[in-house]
Design a protein around this ligand. Structure first.
Ligand SMILES: Cc1ncc(COP(=O)(O)O)c(C=O)c1O
Length: 458
């Protein structure tokens, strides 16, 4: 069931009317449905249950602490790619055993935080636990994490991210396992590294990690990648090297247009049979879905500021732009946009404009940012809208707020979590104080180059 639905021409999330939420908390506003997050997680958990996997939600998709907490409470782990995301995961109450840490450029500082009980109290961090595993992306990175573990006297685990070089039919920015990608290592190099480091005492390299990219509407790339990993696992086994975990990453699709993506069960139908026996033999499986869980659990509410007719085009100028939701500008991504209050004839049944509806007009929906590339939709059929009307930008829960910026000095928007009939503010709207907080005189620090040179001379 879609928990963002129209009743009598009014858009609701669960039991809450979104025009009222926007009136209460202002716009632009990200709104998440708790029930949708839970259902999407449950679908993955059920579909892949025969593998008893650890499902680590990719925090990069939507990193709000309360969103993470909803999923952690449901049993999810978290896939983090920075010390900041690790900090959020710990604040959301995620046990260290359920945290995996990927990324090509982990700093020494971030590595130490992950290896120990967490961020120092001075940064507001809760006491955490060391994480489950590092997903390592290069030999140098492996060596630097191993050195940190040795110097701290701790033992940790790592998985090697491999690139099976699979040709994906997705946007080039969303393809992360191509031959020339900056991520991971090729299969040949992987073999060498796993042989070299698998038994290192302080950082045992005993896992494989593969993440192909995003918005993969096909099971074949997963099948191909998993088979390549299994071949590698078997080759290593014949040398007496045991691989203990296989992380198959994320990348599962989401419905930007109704019916566009496969359900979790369909991915599982292709993937589970490949791995069931391996799991019985002790292989641990990890999944890292992000978009497929969060995208349709969120909408962006934005208000029409002006309607402007040019010689060729009609522009609907709204208060959310590429600073609020960058996906259309960055990837030319499609988001279904529709007014939050419509007449009955304009109640949409699908996340797609229907040319059969009467009285629609073509318009570009654009933001307030001073860039020609600032748009949310181009040449889109919409009911006529006027100043002050509320629009909903659907499927915005993933890579929406997480990629928002303060470009043009717009403070970041607020986020609200809908729980039954309650709307809870889970991130307050920023104001101008937040905007300039790091530039105020008391935060400035002076480095005197001449004085430093004099010091180094003496
Ligand atoms: C390592 C890793 N895991 C998981 C994900 C989540 O991907 P998606 O949101 O497409 O499921 C990403 C996204 O880029 C990623 O880089």
């Amino acid at each position: 069931m879609d928990h963002f639905h129209y009743v009598g021409g009014e858009l609701y999330c669960q039991q809450v009317r979104l025009s009222e939420v926007a009136a209460e908390f202002g716009t632009p506003l990200y709104v998440y449905s708790r029930t949708t997050l839970e259902e999407h997680y449950d679908r993955f958990a059920q579909a892949f249950a025969p593998l008893d996997p650890l499902i680590c939600f990719a925090a990069k998709a939507c990193s709000n602490i309360e969103v993470l907490r909803v999923l952690v409470q449901r049993g999810a782990g978290i896939d983090v790619v920075s010390g900041g995301e690790l900090h959020r995961a710990r604040l959301a109450g995620c046990p260290g055993e359920r945290i995996v840490f990927a990324g090509v450029g982990k700093s020494d500082h971030e590595v130490r935080e992950a290896l120990t009980t967490g961020t120092p109290p001075s940064t507001g961090g809760p006491p955490g636990e060391p994480i489950r595993t590092f997903n390592v992306e290069s030999e140098q990175e492996y060596e630097s994490i191993a050195m940190a573990a040795r110097s701290l006297g701790v033992r940790a685990h790592a998985a090697l991210r491999v690139n099976p070089s699979i040709d994906l039919k997705t946007h080039e920015y969303l393809h992360t396992a191509a031959r020339d990608a900056k991520f991971g290592v090729d299969m040949h190099h992987a073999r060498t590294l796993l042989r070299k480091f698998h038994a290192e005492k302080h950082l045992r390299l005993t896992g494989l990690h593969v993440h192909l990219g995003s918005l993969i509407h096909d099971t074949r790339p997963y099948v191909q990648a998993i088979n390549e990993c299994l071949t590698l696992i078997d080759e290593l086994a014949s040398d007496g090297i045991r691989i203990e975990s296989l992380d198959i990453g994320g990348g599962f699709g989401a419905d930007y247009v109704t019916g566009e993506a496969m359900p979790a069960a369909e991915y599982a139908r292709a993937i589970v049979p490949l791995l069931e026996q391996r799991v019985r033999n002790g292989l641990k499986i990890i999944l890292e879905p992000g978009r497929s869980i969060a995208a349709n659990a969120g909408v962006l509410l934005t208000r029409v500021m002006f309607v402007k007719r040019g010689p060729q085009k009609k522009f609907v100028i709204v208060d959310a732009g590429m600073n609020t939701l960058v996906r259309p500008a960055l990837y030319d991504a499609f988001h279904f946009i529709w007014p939050a209050s419509v007449s009955p004839q304009h109640e949409p049944v699908r996340r797609q404009s229907s040319p059969d509806m009467p009285g629609l007009e073509t318009a570009d929906v654009v933001g307030p940012i001073c860039e020609s590339g600032d748009f949310l939709a181009k040449d889109r059929l919409l009911p006529a809208v006027g100043r002050g009307e509320l629009l909903s930008v659907f499927t915005s829960g993933a890579y929406g707020m997480a990629m928002a910026s303060r470009y043009n000095s717009h403070p970041l928007p607020a986020e609200v979590l809908i729980e039954g009939s309650r709307a809870r503010l889970v991130r307050r709207r920023e104001d101008y104080r937040d905007l300039v907080a790091h530039e105020l005189p008391e935060t400035t620090q002076i480095f005197d180059g001449r004085a430093a040179a004099r010091r180094s001379e003496t």
